[in-house]
Every structure is written in structure tokens, then in C-alpha cells.
Design a protein around this ligand. Structure first.
Ligand code: PLP
Length: 456
């Protein structure tokens, strides 16, 4: 099959028959084929064959941080692939891009997170972090410290361990496969019964579990510095620092899942920096390559690393693509571009514009509430009557319809609607976005909401 001989219709037909898609309704897909088939990207835009470009308002899966179609990255990938596309990093083998990237990450990461274990993506990184945390305690002669605490609304991926840590219920509908010894601190950030209204005691939800289970059985707490897929929940000031302190007080490791928040997304290189809380293990993926190649990893604090390097046998863990030479070369160039083009600062500056746009929408439209943004990670909620906290009925499909209306107008947004009554629209455009393009995004969302409101 030669790509250039297939029409979009023929491709759609082959897709329908042969491609089982992730996080997609299989029956509908087998009947209807793909919703869109992208063939080109440039900057914040992606297009279908011969189609009008869409604004990629969520950087696809929150990952295309430097935008699409970057030729410098394409050149680097070609160069590295021509020289040495891949070499193993098992059994002490190494390669230059992986070494250079490890060093670069050590200089970028906060605190003394100065070594890295490479993986191929976010889920693998979280699984790896759980194993590293447990192993750390084993080496410290505390083998009972195995339990992992994750938070309500969390998303950590879909491998069985990462998915067990994921709180979003939808992701458990697919076979509900779980590992043991993972606990969820709930409710978290969206509602909290502890403390008073102005000072909710969020970390109390975690402390309860620690006290009930016993700190001497708990290996780690895992948290996203800003929750993404769970609804873009920006924690209050002081929250992550309080969790850090709780972990210190009870001798528990803190794992930051920075798969979305890493590499500039929140207006700082890493999300943890917003709260000056330094984790013991930091998981990254997505933005490390802006999606140009598959790569993830776990950064280890000096303390964790020092313990692990005392181990005298083989550390029997690793992926074929750990330290993939081409992926690492792409990551290095991607980070160079993020730094050279000041994209972290741009994310911070554009936050102001994006937030103002979302606030404008919440003033204009009765059904829009909770406009929020940190860097270029943002969302609004849709309620039938926000003032009285009345959500839309399930059948109204508010988020899905607004999302669809955006899509028709050539804006890709992200609907989030896993909990009853929840209708969130998230936006996380590439970090290269400018003022005018943010106005375009907000303008389209405005029209989409107007159309939906009229249909009510
Ligand atoms: N952790 C977070 C916070 C994520 O948002 C994601 C993906 O969206 C993952 C982990 C899983 O990453 P991957 O899909 O690369 O396995």
C-alpha cells in the first residue's frame, strides 16, 4: 500500500476495519470510521488532507508543547536515525543523546533531582516510580513500606499499576484490573469536608489514610502538581508544600506526576516549582519531546539515587526503549527550542490573556463558571445554574455538545465529563501561541457556547 494512492475515504475504510483505537467507542468507530484523519501540522494548527486547519487547542493530548511541524526537530531525528537510530541501554550500554539528555534534565529539574531512569511514556514512568519507591524502602530495610496513596480525580495512565492509581472511574470500566496496596485520598480538591470553607484541609484526606494504614506501611504519595485529565484542578496555594511536609513528617516518598505539567505547561519548567515543593521522584513524558518521539522517565532525588546505587545486583527493570537514542536527541532539541524561544515565559504571559478570555466567557454566558488557568493549562465548567450549583442533566451532554460545536468551527478543545454533573471544557494550546491566536480560541469557544445555549 502506497500512502499517496489512498484517498481519505479509502483510509477511513481501512481504519474502520483494522485499527482498534484507544479511548474510543469501538462499536461506533467500527461503524462510522475515524472522526478526523490528520495529515499535516504547523504551529498551533493541524489539518486533514485538503482540509481547513483546526486550532489544536489542547496540544493533542496536552503534549505538543512546541507546536506542530517543527523542521529543526525533523532534521535532528533524521540525523540521529541515519547515524544510530537506537541502541540498548541495558547491561551498561549507553549512547550520547541519552547521556546528554540525562545531564540536561538534571540541570533543569528542581532541587537535587539529578538522575533519571528512562521509559517510553507516562504510564511506564509511574509504574517505574512505584517500583523505585518500594525498592528504596526495601533497601532501607523497611520492606513493609509498599502502599501507594493517590488522590481523587487523578489520572496516572493505563498500565495496571498506573491505572490503579488513577481515580477517574471511566478508566476502570475496562476490566477493572488493579494491583493491591493502592489507596485513594478522597474527596480531593473539588470538595472537602475538612477545615472551614476558606481553609479546606485537603491534605487531611491523605493524613487520614496514613494514620489508618500506618506510616510504616506506606511507600509513597503520588500527585499531579495540577490535575489535568481529572478536570484541570489547580490546587490552592500551599497545598503541595503541605503534602511535602506530610510526607517528610511520616517518612513517605513524594512522587510528582509531571507528565502534563513538565516542560513549561504551567508557566514554570516543572509544575512542582509553582509551589516550591520538591518531590523525591518526578515522572515526566509528553512535553519532553513535544510528541515528536516517544519518551518518558523518572527523575530521582540524590537521596533515592544514593540508596539505589548501593545495590550490588542487577536492577531488573527497564524497557527496550529506555534511553532511545532518537527520542533522546529529539528531546534535547525540543528542550533547546523551549529555552531558546522562551516558551516557559510565553506560557506564563499568555496565561493572563487566556484567563481573561475565559473570565469574559463566564461573565457573558450564564452557564459558564470557574474560569481557571495556570500557564497554558486551563478550563471552564458548564452548569445549568452555576449560582445555585445546579449541574446539567446527564442527557443534555453539555460538554460534549460544546466540544462538538468547537470542532465544527475548527477548534479542538477537550471535554471532561467523567463524574455525574461534571461538564468541563479544557484548553491547553501549544506554548508558542500568541495573543491573536488566543483571541481566536476564545472567540470560537464563545460562539460554540452561544450555539449550545440557544439549543437549551
Ligand atoms: N500521567 C498523567 C498526569 C497524564 O496526563 C498521562 C497521560 O495523559 C499519563 C500519566 C500517562 O501517560 P502515557 O499516556 O504516556 O502513558
Amino acid at each position: 500500500l502506497s500512502m499517496d494512492k489512498l484517498t481519505p475515504v479509502q483510509l477511513a475504510e481501512l481504519d474502520r476495519k483494522h485499527f482498534l483505537h484507544p479511548t474510543t467507542n469501538p462499536k461506533a468507530h467500527a461503524e462510522n470510521g475515524p472522526k478526523a484523519m490528520f495529515s499535516e501540522g504547523k504551529g498551533i494548527y493541524v489539518s486533514e488532507m485538503e482540509g481547513v486547519p483546526y486550532i489544536d487547542g489542547v496540544s493533542m493530548l496536552w503534549n505538543v508543547n512546541i507546536g506542530h511541524g517543527n523542521q529543526e526537530i525533523a532534521e535532528v531525528a533524521k540525523e540521529q536515525m541515519s547515524k544510530l537510530a537506537y541502541s540498548s541501554s541495558f547491561n551498561g550500554f549507553s549512547n550520547e543523546p541519552a547521556v546528554r539528555l540525562a545531564e540536561k534534565l538534571a540541570t533543569l529539574a528542581p532541587g537535587n533531582l539529578n538522575s533519571v531512569f528512562f521509559t517510553s511514556g507516562g504510564s511506564e514512568s509511574n509504574d517505574t516510580a512505584f517500583k523505585l519507591a518500594r525498592f528504596y524502602w526495601e533497601l532501607n530495610r523497611k520492606p513493609l513500606k509498599r502502599k501507594i496513596i493517590a488522590l481523587g480525580n487523578s489520572y496516572h495512565g493505563v498500565t495496571i499499576a498506573a491505572q490503579t492509581a488513577t481515580s477517574i472511574p471511566n478508566f476502570h470500566s475496562f476490566t477493572n484490573s488493579k494491583i493491591k496496596e493502592v489507596f485513594h485520598a478522597k474527596p480531593h480538591l473539588t470538595e472537602c469536608e475538612r477545615g472551614d470553607k476558606n481553609h479546606p484541609d485537603y491534605e487531611g484526606c491523605i493524613r487520614d489514610i496514613v494514620e489508618k494504614e500506618g506510616a510504616d506501611t506506606i511507600a509513597a504519595v503520588i500527585m499531579e502538581p495540577v490535575q489535568g485529565a481529572g478536570g484541570v484542578h489547580i490546587p490552592p496555594e500551599g497545598y503541595m508544600a503541605a503534602v511535602r511536609k506530610l510526607c517528610d513528617d511520616f517518612n513517605i516518598l513524594l512522587i510528582a506526576d509531571e507528565v502534563i505539567t513538565g516542560f513549561g505547561r504551567t508557566g514554570t519548567m516543572f509544575g512542582s516549582e509553582n509551589w516550591e515543593a520538591i518531590p523525591d521522584l518526578l515522572c515526566f513524558a509528553k512535553g519532553v519531546t513535544s510528541g515528536y518521539a516517544q519518551l518518558g522517565g523518572v527523575m530521582l532525588s540524590q537521596n533515592v539515587r544514593d540508596t539505589i546505587v548501593e545495590y550490588e545486583e542487577v536492577l531488573s527493570h527497564g524497557f527496550t526503549y529506555s534511553g532511545h537514542a532518537t527520542s533522546c536527541a529529539v528531546a534535547l532539541k525540543n528542550i533547546e527550542i523551549i529555552e531558546r524561544e522562551n516558551l516557559v515565559a510565553n506560557a506564563k504571559n499568555m496565561e493572563v490573556k487566556l484567563k481573561a478570555g475565559l473570565e469574559y466567557l463566564s461573565e457573558k454566558h450564564k452557564i459558564v463558571t470557574k474560569p481557571r488557568a495556570i500557564g497554558l493549562l486551563s478550563a471552564i465548567d458548564l452548569y445549568q445554574d452555576p449560582a445555585n450549583n445546579v449541574p446539567f442533566e446527564e442527557g443534555v451532554m453539555a460538554a460534549a455538545k460544546v466540544w462538538e460545536a468547537c470542532f465544527e468551527r475548527k477548534l479542538i478543545a477537550r471535554p471532561i465529563r467523567f463524574a455525574k454533573g461534571m461538564n468541563t471544557i479544557a484548553l491547553a494550546p501549544p506554548l508558542i501561541i500568541n495573543n491573536q491566536q488566543i483571541e481566536d480560541v476564545v472567540g470560537i469557544l464563545d460562539d460554540a457556547i452561544s450555539e449550545f445555549s440557544k439549543s437549551l
